[in-house]
Design a protein around this ligand. Structure first.
Ligand SMILES: *Cc1c(COP(=O)(O)O)cnc(C)c1O
Length: 225
């Protein structure tokens, strides 16, 4: 087995273990390999090992890596997730390249994405990012603005796949995951994009449907990119 397939197998078995504990099916949990900062030579072994969903947080970097055939040509059914901050004036380019956008967090972006979808004829899955820790430096809509933003997004015809969060660093993530899960239930949305290399098992137990995992798949887990 290649190192990439060993890491992938280890992460998948940890997901399965957490899912069993929570009496969930691992099939209901999508593993997104966060390939930001990794080049084609690092990504290719993961595709060879069967990974199909990838996440990027910078549009330009993603266009350079995934716009051509070098990686795209390796498998027909790759799915790209945008997980970074998105400027409204880049909505068209993002809509062209990505199958899902996890960082919809303000009315101006909702409107820009609605126009981009009309222009391109593409309808990526959208997640509303919620600033669960009320951190000034982070993206995400404030918890109390979520109902209004969801209404606007649904009214504009965006396909709302769920909610997304990036909890505060260096503290227990579980309460923030639980808050996101509660907000999703309250507003009747099904997807929960939460859980990264350090906390994905916890996220699975609290209901995550989309895990965004970088370090654990690409490198020695102790070495952040
Ligand atoms: C980098 C990143 C991740 C992955 O983080 P790891 O700790 O490397 O697994 C997940 N989500 C977002 C939004 C990121 O920017």
């Amino acid at each position: 087995m290649s190192e990439a397939s060993e890491r992938l197998a280890a992460v998948r078995s940890e997901i399965a273990r957490a899912a069993r504990l929570a009496q969930r099916s691992p099939d209901d949990i999508e593993l997104i390999a966060v390939s930001k900062g990794r080049d084609a030579s690092q990504i290719e072994p993961l595709i060879a090992a069967g990974q199909r969903a990838f996440g990027e947080n910078r549009l330009q970097e993603a266009q350079a890596k995934w716009g051509g055939q070098e990686l795209r040509g390796l498998a027909p059914n790759l799915r790209l997730h945008f997980i970074g901050r998105l400027q409204s004036n880049k909505a068209i380019e993002a809509t062209r390249l990505f199958d899902a956008i996890h960082s919809v967090d303000r009315p101006s972006l909702v409107d820009a994405l609605a126009r981009a979808m009309a222009d391109t004829g593409r309808t990526p899955d959208c997640f509303i990012q919620v600033n669960v820790g009320a951190e000034a430096q982070k993206g995400g809509c404030p918890v109390d603005e979520l109902p209004g933003l969801l209404d606007r997004a649904q009214g504009a015809g965006l396909r709302i796949a769920g909610l997304m969060c990036l909890p505060p660093a260096d503290v227990e993530a579980a309460p923030y995951f639980a808050l996101l899960a509660k907000l999703a239930r309250r507003h009747d949305v099904t997807g929960l994009s939460m859980g990264m290399s350090n906390d994905f098992a916890t996220a699975v137990m609290i209901g995550a449907t989309h895990l965004r995992i970088g370090t654990a798949l690409f490198a020695d887990p102790d070495q952040a990119p």
